[in-house]
Design a protein around this ligand. Structure first.
Ligand code: FAD
Ligand code: NAP
Ligand code: SF4
Length: 674
């Protein structure tokens, strides 16, 4: 019965000489599990969990075929037989759950973050300060052989095949695009010479491996950078790697240096399917769609429309390793959906931390949080049903505790309900849907519209109380702060106050930026795919090199000025992989941000402040306060006095640096320690 719901997604497919049990590919992800103690065992558990969850084909994080090609200093290479044991346990773990696994081979080229950096040309990438040393013609030949040797080792380790990373701007992308290849010898110039290196790699690999193993080529279906490939050039490359022996084309979108968002929450689901569809028409081998495919219905639609043969998901399988099984068993509403925030995956990686996931902090920490019941079940009161409270309630109940969840508001979710007012953050609805369903499945007694006081908890027989009561917005001590033009972000986002046309926002943290987005978003609803592509200047026909065109910029709806006291660059603490998107969008909408302000007073004329040694007046209709938050620990004193065993988590514990990642994570950790 369920197979009928996602008939395409769950149907087998033949790739080369191998049969995959469904159309779900786990895209390559570098998680940093590759490094440190027990790296192989941890990766084996991580991948095996996804295989157990039903994924047909797993593509590993990229390993370099040689020393110079590694992405960063400690990144893995696979060059010698003595490294086979770094892979065999991983392959065996995946195979034990009937999934296939292929090794991604990635040469970073000009993206390398170490001093041995080499490239096809001596052209620096805008996202790297290092200039690559150009390879000689002989070294390019040797590099090709390194790729082929690595592929051979992969098969020896038991992998079902290999994937060559030819997208996102890494070495093979750099070879094929005029932007990065200015050679005039046999490896540069016309398109046939530029694509020669990747095509030779595929051809020689196929010759070395024979017909059995899968050879996948990850191809950039649109580069989204100036000087990138045209549609014709992409098709020429696709056909050439197909003829050279590739079994499957896995589609990548945009180089890492592109100034177009490709996977963040601001990108509509499946927005880049146009690029896969276009490419599919050029070849006969199966083509894999990727980017912002996070629910089975999105995947099924892409496959049913004939736009791709398979779908690749990476972050959604961090969020829920059992995505496929749940879809197959008709439990779609139990899927923990990736909200595309990038906060605990990419942003962790960029700050040298092991990846995890906002909605699933167990991701990459599977060995720390094994399934299992507590030996000492307790009756627990959780006060506050924000992310911290929902997380501790769900996980404690799953471990066998009896939980009552109290929420003062009319619905669960805490501040996530405010985040949802930001049109681009619509994905957070899925987070609430997931938690709601899990709390229901765990039969948790949820009492909404129930503001709890210490005395309410007496006599209910609780063994302990978890305070997840969140925060209170900070009210800065500025003369005139109670003026009628002043509103808190909660008033504005909840619709209690309608901001005027001229607005000052005090505070440039995540909430200040979200409020600016809320007040200036052109349609006050999430963008459609066409609107998104227009706004970022993406040409679906890829007529120009790189597939870019002039962006469509709307007249601003309001005049907004954001202010902060500190002197740093406004918005610099926003997420590494998403902050630039918001800053760019707001700049295009004319939003100004001023640093180094000292607030003097608020009156009928507006906001008086000083900056750069001069007194200034900002004549505005509305002043929105987004000045951070304080922990809400109102209940703690009374509960302690009544001798309750209490635990504080999330904002209630510490407001500074709070976000949903920390709140959900603290809930999980507490549930394991109770
Ligand atoms: P809260 O979410 O504040 O929940 C506390 C709950 O306790 C509330 O529901 C409250 O009603 C309840 N409560 C309080 N007192 C009582 C009582 N006495 N009895 C019963 N119930 C009580 N974070 C991110 O990571 N990513 C984002 O993109 C993001 N965007 C955001 C956008 C906006 C506009 C806002 C406002 C916040 C955003 N955040 C984001 C921050 C994130 O929502 C918070 O960090 C997170 O919700 C904190 O979780 P919490 O459970 O500690 O507290
Ligand atoms: P925040 O990030 O701490 O920012 C608070 C802002 O208020 C700062 O700009 C600060 O700048 C200013 N401020 C602090 N004290 C002030 C005072 N007394 N008077 C005037 N200004 C003051 O807090 P937030 O914006 O409220 O966000 C709360 C949490 O939610 C953050 O931890 C954030 O990460 C999270 N969040 C995350 C996202 C996301 O997309 N990831 C989105 C929204 C919120 P100065 O001190 O320089 O003036
Ligand atoms: Fe998705 Fe956010 Fe989790 Fe990353 S951290 S996998 S983007 S939900």
């Amino acid at each position: 019965m369920y197979i009928k719901r996602y008939p395409k997604l769950l149907s087998p497919i033949t790739v080369g000489r191998q049969t995959l049990r469904n159309r779900v590919v786990m895209g390559s992800m570098h998680t940093r599990l590759e490094y440190g103690k027990d790296a192989v065992a941890k990766q084996a558990v991580f991948y095996a969990e996804r295989a157990r969850g039903g994924v047909a084909l797993i593509i590993t994080g990229g390993v370099s075929p040689n020393w110079e090609g590694r992405f960063e200093q400690e990144a893995l290479t696979f060059e010698r037989p003595d490294q086979l044991d770094e892979h065999r346990p991983i392959v065996a773990a995946v195979h034990s759950h009937r999934s296939k696994i292929i090794l991604q081979i990635l040469h970073a080229g000009a993206y390398a973050k170490h001093d041995d950096i080499v490239g096809i040309s001596s052209i620096r990438s805008p996202i790297n300060h290092r200039v690559p040393r150009p390879l000689t013609s002989g070294e390019i030949e040797a590099t090709i052989e390194d790729f082929v040797r690595c592929a051979g080792l992969a098969i020896e380790a038991g992998y079902d095949g290999v994937e060559f990373m030819g997208s996102e701007g890494y070495f093979l992308s750099q070879c094929v695009a005029p932007r990065t290849n200015n050679r005039t010898d046999e490896w540069g110039g016309c398109v046939e010479k530029r694509i020669r290196c990747p095509v030779e790699i595929v051809r020689r690999t196929r010759a070395r491996l024979g017909m059995g193993p899968i050879v996948s080529y990850r191809i950039s279906a649109t580069d989204l950078v100036e000087g990138g490939q045209t549609a014709d050039e992409i098709d020429t490359l696709a056909r050439a790697v197909e003829s050279a022996g590739a079994d499957i084309l896995n589609v990548g979108v945009g180089w890492h240096e592109a100034v177009v968002p490709t996977i963040a929450y601001t990108v509509p689901r499946g927005a880049f399917t146009f690029a896969t569809k276009r490419l599919k028409a050029a070849v006969k081998i199966p083509v894999v769609a990727s980017n912002r495919i996070n629910m089975p219905d999105v995947a099924e639609r892409i496959l049913a429309d004939g736009d791709a043969d398979l779908v690749s998901m990476a972050r959604p399988l961090l969020a829920d390793p059992h995505f496929v099984t749940k879809a197959a068993e008709g439990r779609t509403d139990e899927i923990n959906t990736c909200v595309a925030c990038n906060q605990a995956c990419l942003d962790y990686i960029f700050s040298d931390r092991t990846a995890s996931c906002l909605v699933n902090p167990r991701a990459c920490r599977e060995t720390e949080f094994p399934d299992g019941l507590t030996h000492a079940p307790r009756r627990i009161a959780v006060v506050g049903a924000g992310p911290a409270g929902m997380s501790v309630a769900m996980n404690a109940a799953a471990r066998g505790h009896q939980v009552v969840l109290f929420e003062a508001g009319a619905r669960i979710g805490g501040q996530i309900n405010l985040a949802l007012q930001i049109p681009a953050k619509v994905e957070f609805n899925e987070m609430l849907r997931y938690f709601r369903r899990q709390l229901e499945l765990q039969r948790i007694d949820i009492r909404v519209n129930t503001p709890v006081s210490a005395s309410d908890l007496l006599g209910e027989g609780f063994d302990c109380v978890v305070l997840a009561t969140g925060i209170r917005p900070r009210k800065p001590d500025i003369p005139g702060i109670d003026h009628h033009s002043v509103a808190s972000y909660i008033d504005v986002l909840s619709g209690l106050v309608e901001a005027g046309e001229r607005v000052a926002i005090i505070g440039t943290g995540g909430i200040g930026y979200d409020v600016a987005d809320f007040l200036t978003a052109p349609n006050h609803r999430p963008e459609t795919t066409d609107e998104f592509l227009d706004a970022w200047g993406v040409d679906p026909l890829i007529a120009s090199p790189g597939g870019l065109q002039a962006p469509v910029i709307h007249e601003p709806r309001r005049t907004i000025t954001m202010l902060q006291r500190s002197s740093g660059r406004p918005g610099e603490r926003l997420g590494k992989s998403t902050g630039w998107i918001l800053r760019t969008e707001l700049r295009r909408r004319g939003v100004k941000a001023i640093a180094g302000c000292s607030y003097q007073r608020i009156d009928d004329a507006g906001l008086h402040y000083s900056a750069d040694g001069e007194d200034r007046l900002l004549a505005v209709d509305t002043i929105v306060i987004c000045a951070g938050q304080e922990p809400n620990q109102d209940l703690a004193h009374g509960l302690r006095a009544a001798d309750f065993d209490i635990h504080l988590i999330g904002g209630a514990r510490l407001a500074a640096g709070l976000d949903a990642v920390r709140a959900v994570d603290e809930g999980l950790r507490l549930a394991y320690s109770l």
